[in-house]
Write a protein that binds this ligand. Structure first.
Ligand SMILES: Cc1cc2nc3c(=O)[nH]c(=O)nc-3n(C[C@H](O)[C@H](O)[C@H](O)COP(=O)(O)O)c2cc1C
Length: 333
C-alpha cells in the first residue's frame, strides 16, 4: 500500500503559497463531504479538505447551526478549503471577509452547481454565463482576503456555450490561484462522459494549477486522468463515496468486508461525536448504502442496515453481513 499521507519535502503543487502534498482530492459534495467523512478521507490520503458548498446568503443571515457545522474542521485536515456559492458580487466579497476569520487556508467559489435552484438564480454554474462578472468577483476577492481564492467550474452552460477557457482566463487574470474543472456542462448534469480532453486544454492554457474532475472511479482512473491532461491533481466525488480507500489507491474489490465493517463503525463514531448519536444514525444510512453497493445476497441485511436505529444494532448487522459474506467466500473457495 502506498503511504500517500507521509510528509515529503517537495509539495506536489502549491495554491499560491499553500503547499499541497498529494494529487487526489475528495470533491466538495453537499451531504457527504462533512467533517467526519472529510477528515477520514484526508487521513487516507485525500490531499486537501473542501467543505460542502456553503450558501453566502445563509451565512450572512447570521449562520445557523447547520451552516456553522459545515465550516468546522480539524487541524489535521489542512489545507482546508471553504467553498461558497452565490450570485451577488458584494455579498460574496463580504462573506469571504468574514469567513477568512474562521481560519480556512483557501476560499473557493462554486461555479459548477447545476441544480436549478442554484444555477437558475445565477449562482453555481449560473455564473459561467457571465465571465466578465467572474473576473470582477475574483479581482475583488483576491484583494479582500489574504488567503488564496480559487474556483470550481464546469465547461460551460451547455454544448453551445463551452466558454471554459474564457472563464479560466477571467479567473487567473484577476487573482485566482487554482481552478478545479468538472468536465461537463451545466446542461449535462451528470449525464454522458466527462470530457477529459477539455480538461487537458485548460491545463495547456492555464498559468495556475488545475484539478481535473469527472468520472474518476478507480485508482487506474486517477493515473489516466493525470496522464491524459497533465493536471496537478484529480478530484474524486462519487467514486469516493463509500470508498475512501481510493485515496490509498486501492480498488473497491480489494477491501475485505471485515475492513469495511470496522471503517463504517469508525465513520459512525465520528458522526456521533460531531452530530450527536440520533442525527448520526440517520446520516450514516446513505453512506452505508454506498459502502454496501457491490454486494449481492445480503438484501435483507442491507434493508435493515439502511434503517438502522441504534449503535448496537449497527454492530450486530455488520457482524451478520461479515459472517454471511465470509461463509459464502468459504463455500466458493
Ligand atoms: C451528492 C453530490 C453533492 C455535490 N455537492 C457539490 C458541492 O457542494 N460543491 C461542488 O463544487 N460540487 C458538488 N458536487 C459535484 C462534485 O464535486 C463533482 O464535481 C461531480 O460529482 C463530478 O465528479 P465525480 O464524477 O468524481 O463524481 C456534488 C456531487 C454530488 C454527487
Amino acid at each position: 500500500m502506498l503511504m500517500l499521507d507521509s510528509p515529503r519535502k517537495e509539495p506536489h503543487f502549491k495554491v499560491r503559497d499553500v503547499p499541497v502534498y498529494g494529487n487526489a482530492v475528495l470533491s466538495p459534495m453537499a451531504g457527504f463531504s462533512d467533517l467526519p467523512y472529510r477528515s477520514l478521507c484526508r487521513h487516507y490520503g485525500s490531499a486537501m479538505s473542501y467543505t460542502e458548498f456553503v450558501s453566502v446568503i445563509a451565512f450572512l443571515a447570521g449562520p445557523n447551526r447547520k451552516t456553522l457545522r459545515m465550516l468546522e474542521y480539524l487541524p489535521s485536515e489542512r489545507p482546508v478549503v471553504f467553498q461558497i456559492f452565490d450570485s451577488d458580487e458584494d455579498r460574496i466579497v463580504e462573506a469571504a471577509r468574514r469567513l477568512e476569520e474562521m481560519g480556512p487556508d483557501i476560499i473557493d467559489l462554486n461555479m459548477g452547481c447545476s441544480v436549478r435552484k442554484v444555477s437558475g438564480r445565477g449562482a453555481g454554474a449560473g455564473l459561467l454565463r457571465d465571465p466578465g462578472k467572474i473576473g470582477r468577483i475574483f479581482a475583488r476577492l483576491s484583494k479582500a482576503v489574504r488567503v488564496p481564492v480559487t474556483g470550481k467550474i464546469r465547461l460551460g452552460w451547455d454544448a453551445d456555450s463551452l466558454n471554459y477557457l474564457e472563464v479560466v482566463r477571467a479567473m487567473q487574470d484577476n487573482g485566482a490561484s487554482l481552478v478545479a474543472v468538472h468536465g461537463r456542462t451545466k446542461q449535462q448534469g451528470y449525464q454522458g462522459e466527462a470530457d477529459w480532453d477539455a480538461i487537458a486544454r485548460v491545463v495547456e492554457a492555464a498559468r495556475i494549477p488545475v484539478i481535473g474532475n469527472g468520472d474518476v472511479r478507480t485508482p487506474g482512473d486517477i493515473q489516466r486522468l493525470k496522464r491524459r491532461t497533465g493536471c496537478q491533481a484529480v478530484m474524486i466525488g462519487r467514486g469516493a463515496i463509500g470508498h475512501p480507500w481510493i485515496f490509498q489507491r486501492r480498488s473497491r474489490a480489494e477491501i475485505p468486508f471485515n475492513d469495511k465493517a470496522v471503517f463504517i463503525r469508525r465513520h459512525f463514531d465520528r458522526m456521533a461525536s460531531f452530530y450527536g448519536p440520533s442525527t448520526a444514525l440517520i446520516l450514516i444510512r446513505k453512506h452505508i448504502a454506498r459502502y454496501l453497493k457491490d454486494y449481492s445476497g445480503i438484501k435483507d441485511l442491507h434493508r435493515r442496515l439502511v434503517q438502522v436505529e441504534s449503535a448496537e444494532q449497527l454492530d450486530d448487522l455488520l457482524e451478520q453481513v461479515t459472517a454471511r459474506l465470509s461463509s459464502r467466500s468459504c463455500q466458493a473457495a
